[in-house]
Design a protein around this ligand. Structure first.
Ligand SMILES: Cc1cc2nc3c(=O)[nH]c(=O)nc-3n(C[C@H](O)[C@H](O)[C@H](O)COP(=O)(O)OP(=O)(O)OC[C@H]3O[C@@H](n4cnc5c(N)ncnc54)[C@H](O)[C@@H]3O)c2cc1C
Length: 437
């Protein structure tokens, strides 16, 4: 006989206890549903590094009653400044106080484990059944719901299963025959006490230096007690097809030609662990019967828009709103209707973010004349022009009709820039895009 993970029945099983899984679990539990989370790790946790969360996320935290707790733990920077990584010159900036006035909610940076902890505590308060050491290896629809099979032989079932099992999602195999796509870029991180910064850092800003095949991000965490740094570069070894790519020697080489501010941060990066950067092609079908994808399992992005965790949180919020709208007081929900409504709106929004993130990354990492053209376009942007971010930072759409139109891309070659040799644009380039955060 198969052993169940728990004797008590639940309405919803969520596979994966990352930010996506826990936030969805809380969103559904606060609507009165019985929810269980199955996490493969022995403990719930997150990487000890920073996360940027834009107004489309802090708006949801406010709706959940969790924004004040997040504000206590996070930092509300005054500005986001993009600079050229080679000459250090400022390219464009967002005034984040004005941005908060514009969108009604703040732009925040927060330690990942703090945000994860907020959702974990919220799940505990609302009675979510949290199970660790539960690796799910199979999924199947049943006549009345869906069942998960665990690697250790146990099983569990519920009316609905939400797979929030990340980039390498097992459940995604039900819906798509795809693999993660390597970008050949790798991220190094560091979250360190501010005393170890070894230089003066303006903790009132999120700083992004963009350069040829590399970029460097820096901001304060935990009320300015910590400094968070992310150094990202294209690995020559990855391009050459070598298995051992993204190693620390490549890190040093990649940033050798950057400005002194960036160079000062590189020795502080953690060197015992790095994150190779993969995304997946967008898919528009996320629901198979009573099994649905959520978070990175559905839409793992390259991180250039800082929207991966934000999209995961939005997914859970949208799903819970649709379930609540289709459920009489404490009665059964019309799950078919709720899942259809979820699938009608979220895949298209996330497709836009995924493809924009790819284009945005290309723009950040330009070299030669194309870099100069990008710099000219970014410098020409008005600090208070939000037309390029309205589609992300405004209220999360619940229906396709509410999804705002996309921004209009600006062709890179509309910048009147010539290289010193007199050529107008010798490097092949994708169309440029207006700057995002
Ligand atoms: C360098 C970098 C910087 C980033 N910066 C930002 C940012 O500033 N803002 C932002 O919004 N996003 C950012 N992101 C993206 C963000 O980290 C992810 O999109 C987000 O964490 C995805 O959350 P998730 O819960 O969907 O998946 P995950 O965090 O991957 O969680 C999946 C969970 O499922 C569990 N699991 C997996 N398989 C199984 C299984 N078979 N059975 C049971 N459990 C399983 C895992 O152990 C894990 O706990 C960044 C990413 C990177 C790499």
């Amino acid at each position: 006989m198969t052993t169940r993970t728990s004797a008590s029945p639940v309405d919803v099983l969520i596979v994966g206890g990352g930010i996506g899984g826990l936030s969805a679990a809380f969103a559904l539990a606060r609507e009165g549903l019985r929810v269980r989370v199955l996490e493969r790790a022995d403990e719930f946790g997150e990487v000890g590094a920073g996360l940027q969360i834009a107004p489309n996320c802090t708006r949801i935290l406010h709706d959940y009653g969790l924004l004040d707790e997040a504000k206590d733990l996070g930092v509300l920077p005054g500005s986001m400044v993009m600079r050229d990584a080679v000459d250090g010159g400022e390219l464009t900036r967002l005034d984040l106080a004005d941005l908060e006035r514009e969108y009604g909610f703040p732009y925040m940076v927060i330690h990942r484990s703090d945000l994860h902890g907020i959702f974990l505590r919220a799940c505990r308060r609302t009675g979510v059944d949290l199970i660790t050491g539960a690796r799910v290896s199979g999924y199947e629809n049943t006549a009345t719901g869906a069942r998960v099979l665990l690697a250790d032989g146990r099983a569990d079932e519920a009316r609905v299963v939400i797979a929030a099992d990340g980039l390498h999602s097992v459940a995604r195999g039900l819906l798509a025959d795809d693999e993660p796509v390597s970008s050949s870029y790798v991220a190094y991180r560091a979250a360190i006490p501010i005393e170890q910064a070894g230089r003066e850092v303006d903790l009132g800003e999120v700083s992004v230096h963009v350069g040829p095949r590399c970029h460097f991000v820096c901001y304060g965490l935990r009320g300015g007690e910590m400094l968070n740094q992310v150094a990202v570069f294209q690995s020559p070894k990855a391009l050459a097809g070598e298995a051992d790519w993204g190693t620390p020697d490549e890190l040093d080489d990649a940033f050798a030609a950057t400005c002194p501010d960036v160079q000062a941060g590189i020795p502080l990066m953690w060197r015992d662990r790095w994150w190779r950067m993969f995304d997946r092609d967008p898919i528009m079908t996320w629901v198979d019967g009573n099994i649905a994808l959520l978070g990175d399992a559905a839409h793992p992005p390259l991180q250039y828009m800082a929207q991966g965790a934000v999209m995961a949180i939005e997914d859970g919020w949208v799903l819970a709103k649709h379930v609540a709208a289709r459920r009489a007081a404490n009665g059964p929900a019309d799950w078919q209707g709720a899942l259809a409504a979820y699938e009608a709106v979220r895949p298209e929004h996330c497709r836009r973010v995924l493809t924009t993130a790819r284009a945005w990354g290309e723009l950040w990492h330009l070299d030669g004349v194309a870099r100069l053209q990008r710099n000219a376009l970014l410098r020409a942007r008005d600090t208070y022009d939000y037309s390029f971010i309205d589609w992300i930072y405004g209220p999360t759409a619940l229906t396709p009709e509410e999804e705002p139109p996309m921004f209009a891309p600006i062709p890179l070659d509309s910048a009147d820039v010539r290289d010193p040799a007199g050529r107008s644009d010798p490097s092949p380039m994708p169309a440029g895009h207006r700057p995002g955060a």
